[in-house]
Write a protein that binds this ligand. Structure first.
Ligand SMILES: Cc1ncc(COP(=O)(O)O)c(C=O)c1O
Length: 368
């Protein structure tokens, strides 16, 4: 039996009537940019994340870009971030002409190592950009302590609803940046994103930035962009948000089952299971470190088992960052993880039979 990495239509099936009614209502309203749907979704996300304000934007990438623009980050500035994430995290820093300064990761959580941050702060450091990778919060208590007065922008693209130290992702730093790319735990039917903040002045600046720095119409305080969220996305996401806790519980239950089953079959000799630290892990991904990874991935794909490598190349080895002259030996953990990582299906609608099929394929591979 083939097992897909993700099956979004299956997730939508249970909400189909509500989603389709809402889509039709937006279509008939003629209100596609701005309006009540967006304001309602912003209020709901702010409440869900334990923040005072939320500002809807066009993607997770644009959320990160707008946050750094709002902090006036540009040429001559340094932004400290992880060496191991989706490209957007580092890409936005470089797009503004600032220099990304990469830190190695923690071997258990794959998140930025706070001790490395401390060592890389210089007088040019203008922001710190941790990522809550795979749905588990970075070590925010330590990061906030190390950052002191330096603004922290959280990349929460994979972590809506994740918690550490009793607080939700997006509520620690000056801003949290969320993605609603369709494959995320809370995914739209196209691109979408959100910024969260507790700072009213920053929220206002972000609202202007997403609309060319304009207020009132045709008067531009600064150069922004078109980073607006569509009403269609807000309407769909508002409905999906009501199911998010239930979906998160299903992901957590899949993760618990995988842990027990990999151990029961003795497969934990060959694969290192993801380490969940204290807090709420929302399992955007379930990522293992595996022996003979490339062979394993080929084998799984041959069996029709969905899997992916998030991420096979750390930023330190990306062609576009060659000018930074990073040395692989400065990022030993990310180097090892990028050679060993495999993410397997964890989504909320995965059936017990499908989970079983995934582990059975691992067992067959490691029996040879
Ligand atoms: C960690 C991380 N940061 C940023 C992004 C960018 O989000 P988007 O694809 O919505 O632009 C993503 C998702 O794709 C991501 O996983």
């Amino acid at each position: 039996m083939a097992v897909q990495m993700l099956n979004i239509p299956r997730q939508h099936a249970a909400l189909a009537t509500a989603l389709e009614d809402e889509l039709l209502a937006v279509f008939r309203s003629g209100m596609y940019i701005g309006g009540d749907k967006i304001a309602a979704f912003e209020r709901n996300v702010a409440a869900y994340c334990g923040c005072r304000f939320a500002v809807g934007v066009s993607s997770g990438t644009d959320a990160l870009l707008a946050a750094l623009m709002a902090l006036d980050i540009g040429a001559g500035d340094e932004v400290i971030t992880t060496v191991y994430s989706f490209f957007a995290t580092a890409g936005v820093i470089a797009r503004l002409g600032a220099t990304p300064v990469f830190c190695d990761i923690d071997a258990d959580t794959f998140n930025i190592n706070p001790a490395e941050i401390a060592a890389k702060i210089t007088p040019k450091t203008r922001a710190i950009l941790p990522v809550h990778l795979y749905g588990q919060c970075a070590a925010m208590t330590e990061i906030m302590r190390v950052a002191g007065a330096i603004p922290v922008v959280e990349d929460c693209a994979q972590a809506i609803g994740a918690e550490v130290a009793g607080k939700r992702a997006g509520s620690f730093g000056v801003a949290g940046c969320f993605s609603f790319f369709p494959s995320k735990n809370l995914g739209g039917i196209g691109d979408g994103g959100m910024l969260t903040t507790n700072d009213e002045a920053l929220a206002h600046r972000l609202r202007l930035l997403r609309n060319h720095g304009m207020e009132p119409k045709y008067h531009h305080h600064f150069v922004g962009g078109n980073f607006r969220l569509d009403a269609v996305q807000a309407a769909v996401l508002n409905i999906k948000l009501t199911a998010l806790d239930q979906w998160t519980a299903a992901r957590q239950s899949n993760a618990a089952w995988y842990r027990a089953e990999f151990a029961r079959r003795g497969l934990d000799k060959f694969v290192k299971l993801p380490v969940a630290k204290a807090g709420r892990h929302i399992y955007n991904q379930f990522t293992l470190r595996c022996e003979r990874r490339d062979e394993l991935v080929q084998f799984l794909q041959g069996r029709g088992i969905g899997c992916d490598m998030y991420y096979p190349v750390p930023f330190s080895r990306q062609e576009c960052f060659r000018y930074l002259n990073c040395r692989a030996e400065d990022y030993p953990v990310a180097e090892a993880v990028s050679r060993e990582c495999v993410s397997i299906p964890i989504y909320d609608q995965l059936t017990a039979a499908e989970r079983g099929e995934v582990v059975a394929a691992f067992a067959e591979f490691y029996s040879n």
